[in-house]
Design a protein. Structure first.
Length: 172
């Protein structure tokens, strides 16, 4: 168990590194070992919800690095093991030391597919009000939303899609 939970200088265990480095095969192996060797509490708190030195989960790492398959795999694992409240508060709304959630990191790094996947996952679990107030309008420590970060990267396509999503949620 110590090997699975050991961290690098940034506080990232192997689970985070696999998510960050686009290593889906290793992510599967670590998950399989973790389920065998760990308690439910350890799996939930150390793997799915565990954070590095700056408060990022493996979900943040995958979103920020454009790792769509890893992002989705973490989501599937989380849905099986975590409560709806944990998924909402720690994955969808969970923020790092800069106040950025996974959507912020996907937008900062111009990862359109991840932005869309996060929104799809969120819409399964969130109310319309939560999507509007926390997902679309959630801001980081500088007051910037994912919209601001997409704009800063000159991503007009994503701005258009974020706008459509916001309008659709407003009309409900």
């Amino acid at each position: 168990m110590k090997l699975l939970l050991g961290t690098d200088n940034e506080g990232k265990p192997a689970w985070h590194c696999a998510a960050y480095l686009r290593n889906l095969e290793e992510l599967y192996k670590i998950w399989k070992r973790a389920k065998k060797k760990s308690t439910t509490e350890e799996v939930n708190n150390k793997f799915l919800l565990g954070t590095d030195n700056v408060g990022r989960t493996a979900w943040h790492c995958a979103a920020g690095n454009g790792n769509l398959e890893e992002l989705y795999e973490i989501w599937v694992c989380a849905e099986k093991k975590l409560t709806t409240n944990e998924v909402k508060s720690k994955l969808l709304f969970g923020t790092d030391s800069e106040g950025k959630n996974a959507r912020h990191w996907a937008a900062v790094n111009d990862n359109l597919e991840d932005l869309h996947k996060i929104r799809e996952c969120a819409e399964e679990k969130l109310t319309t009000e939560e999507v509007k107030s926390k997902l679309l309008l959630g801001s980081d420590c500088w007051g910037r939303t994912a919209w601001h970060w997409a704009e800063a990267n000159g991503n007009l396509e994503e701005l258009h899609k974020l706008g459509e999503c916001a309008e659709e949620k407003q009309s409900r």
